[in-house]
Design a protein around this ligand. Sequence first.
Ligand SMILES: [Zn+2]
Length: 153
Amino acid sequence: MDCGVETQANIDWDTVYRSCFLCRKVSKLFVFQFKLVHGRLVTNRFLTKINLKDNEQCTFCQNDTETVIHLFWTCSVYTLFWQDFKQWAVNGGELLNMINLMAYLVLGLNPNKNKRLDLYFLIAGLFLWVGKTCNIFPKIRKFLSFSLTFDQD
Ligand SMILES: [Zn+2]
């Protein structure tokens, strides 16, 4: 009797597993972007306000108050990462060398015509955020490994 349900033998479990794996990765990007756009990323500034931390200094540079803009743009540690990111993107043909990276660009607030580059900016943002929450110093090589997990075919 055919009830419309495929038998287990007809299911390509390898494809199902890969799809689910990619869905989980993409879901993390969506959640990260939502929190970023809606100001819901928890920084040391916020943690200090609610008395969960003793100081609001940046996790990495310790020179300024840790805000979202500081973390993703003005922090000297992250600035070095963005310089390496730009060089990587230029070398890969994703970005013209003459284009200056601006905060609104890397934070995805002004989408590019190059959707792949927008995706890389988003992945880089998630990478930096995950690194911040785990106290992992942001390095371009680590980002490249991290971004490869989003390229599963
Ligand atoms: Zn900093």
